[in-house]
Design a protein around this ligand. Structure first.
Ligand SMILES: Nc1nc2c(ncn2[C@@H]2O[C@H](COP(=O)(O)OP(=O)(O)O)[C@@H](O)[C@H]2O)c(=O)[nH]1
Ligand SMILES: [Mg+2]
Length: 229
């Protein structure tokens, strides 16, 4: 497969202000990754950005919000991506003031797409996703476009421990909620690329009806690296 052009990846709380703006680049696509503690949000983001997965104990910093800058090629154009890996936020902030009061929620209201992750073996984590989705809908400003939401069932490799039949979740999410649904395994790198592709497609479709969903990624990015493929 031919992977395209330039990529870079910078991380940390200060990364949000960066990007390649000022060089005629459009603002980054902001992707918010949300879900209960332990569902594998960080593992999914690490797998996507670094093709890396670690099983060990969860470091203390995992409870902080992490902003990652990266890039993808969409319809022949390079787009900056800002992927924010949120801790399990207690609730979706209903106002800008609430968002700024709780530092772990910063930027969540202005995301272009929400990736809501649950663990297919944990019923409570699906309940969390349900609640957050409902809160996102309630805070939408009438007249503005709908921010797409993608529901992700992680830990697909633990299929035998599944608590809700896949068909039931998929029907609820796709038919009733009108959201995309993807199951993945960060551990075995199964459908991780697909889910980010779905997320970007949903942004493209919401912002431009004529966008052709041709998305290609530079995989296995390394810090501060540019690659010409
Ligand atoms: N079996 C399995 N374990 C996973 C998977 N993704 C994450 N984990 C494990 O789940 C735990 C929590 O993952 P983490 O990414 O820290 O979850 P977060 O709190 O949602 O960010 C860690 O021990 C991971 O190794 C997966 O796809 N399969
Ligand atoms: Mg985490």
């Amino acid at each position: 497969m031919h992977w395209p052009v330039v990529c870079e990846n910078r991380e940390g709380a200060g990364a949000a202000a960066g990007g390649r703006r000022g060089c005629g680049m459009p603002p980054p696509f902001r992707i918010a990754v949300l879900g209960a503690q332990g569902v594998g949000k960080t593992a999914i983001v690490q797998r996507f950005l670094h093709d890396d997965y670690s099983e060990g104990p969860v470091p203390a910093t995992s409870h902080a919000r992490r902003v990652h800058l990266s890039a993808a090629v969409l319809n022949g154009h390079v787009h900056d991506l800002q992927i924010t890996d949120y801790p399990a936020i207690p609730s979706f902030p209903g106002s800008s003031l609430q968002e700024w009061t709780d530092s772990c929620c910063r930027g969540v209201r202005s995301a272009h797409v929400y990736i809501l992750v649950y663990d297919i073996c944990c019923f409570d984590s699906f309940e969390y996703v349900k609640t957050i989705r409902q809160q996102i809908l309630e805070t939408r400003v009438v007249g503005t476009g709908d921010t797409p939401i993608l529901i992700v069932g992680n830990k697909r490799d633990l299929q035998r421990g599944r608590v809700i039949p896949r068909r039931n979740v998929s029907d609820l999410v796709r038919k009733n909620w009108k959201c995309g649904y993807v199951e993945c395994s960060a551990k075995f790198n199964w459908h991780v690329l697909l889910l980010f592709g779905e997320a970007l497609r949903s942004i493209g479709c919401a912002s431009c009806k004529h966008v052709h969903a041709t998305i290609r990624f530079q995989r296995a990015l390394r810090n501060e690296r540019c690659a010409l493929m």
